[in-house]
Ligand binder design. Structure first.
Ligand code: SF4
Ligand code: SF4
Length: 428
């Protein structure tokens, strides 16, 4: 694609980087076939190629984003299916991240939109505040229809994805050192995470049990740690980079072999720290080291030997976009579940997003609902007893619309290899 940035514009390293990405796109349109928003609506501006043009025009003009451009960029899920499909290696992720930052810095959103984003950005990365917000939201649940009638569709979307039951805080999994239960093979850090640690602390507990049983010492450095992913995807660069630096400081000090992540959305961001902080002289090198040590739990377990088992249960595996497209980890979780004896069913149209996508299901409820309905129909077609996945956002989104128990892959692996039976599958 031809671009027309001035020499002055190209002196900005962010624009220079975006220019390199834009020039790789050859407009072939292969990416449109796997883009969920294009598949649903058929609007070129809601396809990767269309968005790339919109971003190019926005950046070349160097002016404030227009409402039309913002609308189509906001509708992008950042699922990165387009990056899996693109034959030219266009790094859409870096391009749309930069576009979101530009929008955040130049565009004044309508008041309600601004308020909702600011509230989510302030609350979600802080586990204590997030728990309080969940309690308040539960209390508001009976008034859902009134809120919707008053025009609060986005607020009812938040209420719709609340878990049935708010998990009690768990001591196991909080900051500390969890020693290996056998001869130590290594020392790893586990990202405790913000949203996941509140919504489902069983995931971290299962991870610690499994890793220590396999001979790894596990370090949890911080009870209130957010990797910066939530704010990063809203284009709020300052808080995102502050969170990234905080985690880098903690993990550098912990001197671990690897950093284990059980939320694939966070994994994409942490693996990108090296890029996000490339222009920061104090953190550029450290960030690269941390990104190189980051491993999704399925990626890490696939590289070590875990025991075989015979679970004989039908499991539909939902591949999170941030795992299959964002981290290109397409087979590891399924292979681990099969090794544990589960009858793993691949979900048709598995490349399509479930509509969760971080805060997307709250910001774009109409598109999100359509994707969820499509995902559920595909999952149900496999007749599963259990749904497995690797991202808390997908778990909440899919779990809000089905009675089939949905668990993180690591919870099933822990159970299969000697851990307790998860409460969610007590009826099976
Ligand atoms: S597939 Fe890649 S090169 Fe082709 S239009 Fe999409 S982003 Fe551009
Ligand atoms: S990230 Fe997903 S929604 Fe966004 S353009 Fe790419 S395929 Fe479409």
């Amino acid at each position: 694609m031809q671009t027309h940035f001035s020499d002055f514009q190209l002196k900005d390293p962010h624009i220079d980087h975006a220019n390199g990405i834009l020039r790789k796109c050859v407009h072939c349109g292969f990416c449109t076939a796997t883009c969920p928003t294009y598949v649903l609506g058929g609007d070129e501006n809601d396809s990767p190629r269309g968005r790339i043009y919109l971003i190019k025009n926005m950046l070349e003009k160097g002016e404030a984003a227009t409402p039309e451009t913002v609308k189509h960029i906001d509708r992008c899920l950042s699922c990165l299916a387009c990056m899996t499909t693109c034959p030219s290696g266009v790094n859409y992720m870096h391009l749309v991240d930069h576009a979101r930052t530009h929008i955040e810095q130049t565009y004044k959103r309508p008041l309600i939109d601004r308020m909702q984003r600011n509230v989510l950005a302030a609350i979600m990365p802080r586990p204590v505040l997030f728990r309080l917000a969940l309690v308040a939201a539960k209390l508001a649940s009976p008034f859902k229809s009134v809120i919707e009638a008053l025009g609060g569709k986005r607020f009812t979307a938040m209420l719709n994805i609340l878990p049935q039951k708010l998990e009690a805080p768990m001591a196991f999994g909080r900051a500390g050192i969890y020693p290996a239960a056998q001869k130590q093979k290594g020392r790893v850090a586990l990202l405790r995470g913000c949203v996941q640690s509140v919504l489902d602390p069983n995931i971290n507990a299962a991870t610690i049990r499994l890793l220590t049983r396999l001979g790894y010492e596990v370090v949890v450095t911080d009870n209130n740690a957010c990797c910066g992913s939530v704010t990063h995807h809203m284009g709020k660069e300052a808080p995102a980079l502050a969170s990234a630096k905080h985690m880098i400081d903690q993990w550098s000090e912990a001197e671990v072999d690897h950093i284990i992540i059980t939320t694939s959305g966070c994994g994409v961001t942490i693996k990108d720290y090296g890029h996000m902080l490339r222009l920061d002289p104090a953190y550029a090198d450290l960030a690269k080291v941390i990104s190189a040590k980051a491993r999704d739990i399925s990626e890490f377990l696939a590289q070590i030997e875990i025991p075989q088992a015979q679970m004989n249960l039908r499991v539909a595996y939902h591949a999170p976009c941030t795992l299959q497209h964002g981290q290109q980890l397409k087979t590891q979780a399924q292979a681990l579940l099969r090794r544990a004896g589960f009858d793993v069913r691949e979900v048709p149209e598995g490349h399509l997003c479930c509509g969760s996508a971080g805060t997307y299901n709250m910001m774009q409820p109409d598109i999100s609902k359509q994707l969820l309905a499509r995902k559920l129909a595909n999952i149900n077609a496999t007749n599963p007893q259990i749904i497995a996945t690797g991202n808390i956002g997908c778990m909440m989104q899919i779990g809000s619309a089905t009675k089939i128990p949905i668990l993180h892959t690591v919870e099933l692996l822990d159970w299969a290899t000697g851990g307790p039976k998860p409460e969610k599958v007590s009826q099976i």
